[in-house]
Design a protein around this ligand. Structure first.
Ligand code: UVW
Length: 331
């Protein structure tokens, strides 16, 4: 078990505050230069597309942890309303310009009908990016911004809306730890992934992790969830020391198919999610969770190509500390 003293030493080593200026809110996304974007795009050679997002619905992985629920999807207009709209819409002031357009929505001689819906959900409910403002400690966010600048109005600094200019698109690299270990479906809890193993997997796959890459680590958690529906199973994740590996490789962002990227049971005595603290607050490195890497992994194993163009733009939710995303890998 590591101590908070070990943690603080690593935090001092990996901290990127000031590296891209005192106003920077992009963190390691700064490693994604124009050349890097072009390098990523050059990897889309075969026209194969892999959507990496999971379903946003009532059968998602949330619920076990009381502060997060699965998405609630509600129809606000559906086929059941069609008759009522025809019958009553001329009496309803259903648009801001009033009667003039109400016949547009429905009418006995007008065939036009429509459906509308809305969704209520935590932004962290399914496939997501953690913004840099998601996790902090000792009253500081990334780049020395005060933690109390995240208020009930949202994140003034390091919100997910701040990274919009980056796309996010780069070279993606899959590190398939499940396949490397010869596991059937997934890694059991306790089988933590170390920095040395990340190097071994990359070497065995014949791929090099370079500056500005988005690294995807497959643990099999999502495949396991699809068979059990157990959203609270910890599964395996990265050991907290992988923060130094990500720092040394100048990775732009990291994502995984599990619920927290890192091992949910902390190996640093007296704290929780130490890698979150190091990545989000000290390094300024975004974390992606609940990414479905199964189809991509099967294809990489088949053709031996573990690099691809990755396109994963978050929603521009003003001041949000995270965002749903539907990432796409293209080979
Ligand atoms: C927490 O559980 C706080 O964070 P995440 O969703 O990033 O795992």
């Amino acid at each position: 078990m590591s101590t908070m003293k070990d943690f603080r030493r690593v935090a001092d080593e990996v901290r990127n505050w000031g590296r891209w200026g005192s106003a920077d809110e992009l963190g390691t996304l700064n490693f994604i230069t124009a050349d890097k974007v072009a390098e990523g795009a050059s990897l889309a050679k075969q026209g194969k597309v892999f959507p990496l997002g999971v379903d946003f619905g009532s059968s998602g992985p949330q619920g076990a942890f009381k502060f997060r629920q699965n998405p609630v999807h509600v129809m606000t207009v559906d086929g059941g309303d069609a008759e009522a709209l025809v019958k009553y819409c001329t009496d309803w002031d259903i648009n801001s310009v009033g009667q003039e357009l109400s016949g547009f929505f429905a009418g006995e001689d007008n065939p036009f009908r429509f459906n509308d819906d809305m969704i209520i959900m935590p932004l962290q409910a399914a496939t997501q990016w953690d913004a840099l403002s998601h996790v902090y400690y000792e009253d500081k966010l990334y780049n020395n911004f005060p933690a109390d600048s995240v208020t009930s109005l949202g994140a003034k600094h390091c919100g997910i809306d701040k990274v919009d200019g980056k796309g996010i698109t780069s070279r993606g690299v899959l590190l398939d730890v499940v396949r490397h270990r010869g596991a059937e479906l997934y890694l059991e809890h306790g089988q933590t992934i170390t920095p040395a193993e990340l190097d071994d997997v990359a070497k065995a796959q014949g791929v090099t992790v370079r500056r500005g890459d988005v690294v995807l680590v497959r643990t099999g958690w999502w495949a396991r969830f699809l068979t059990t529906g157990a959203g609270s199973e910890p599964g395996a994740g990265l050991d907290w020391s992988c923060a130094s590996w990500l720092h040394d490789h100048e990775v732009a962002a990291v994502a995984s198919d599990n619920l927290m990227v890192e091992d949910p049971i902390s190996a640093v005595e007296g704290t929780f999610l130490p890698m979150h603290m190091l990545c989000l607050r000290d390094m300024g490195l975004m974390l992606g969770e609940y990414w479905d890497l199964n189809a991509l992994a099967a294809d990489c194993a088949a053709d031996g190509i573990y690099e691809f163009q990755l396109i994963a733009p978050p929603l521009r939710v003003t001041g949000a500390v995270g965002s749903p995303v539907n990432p796409i890998a293209i080979k």
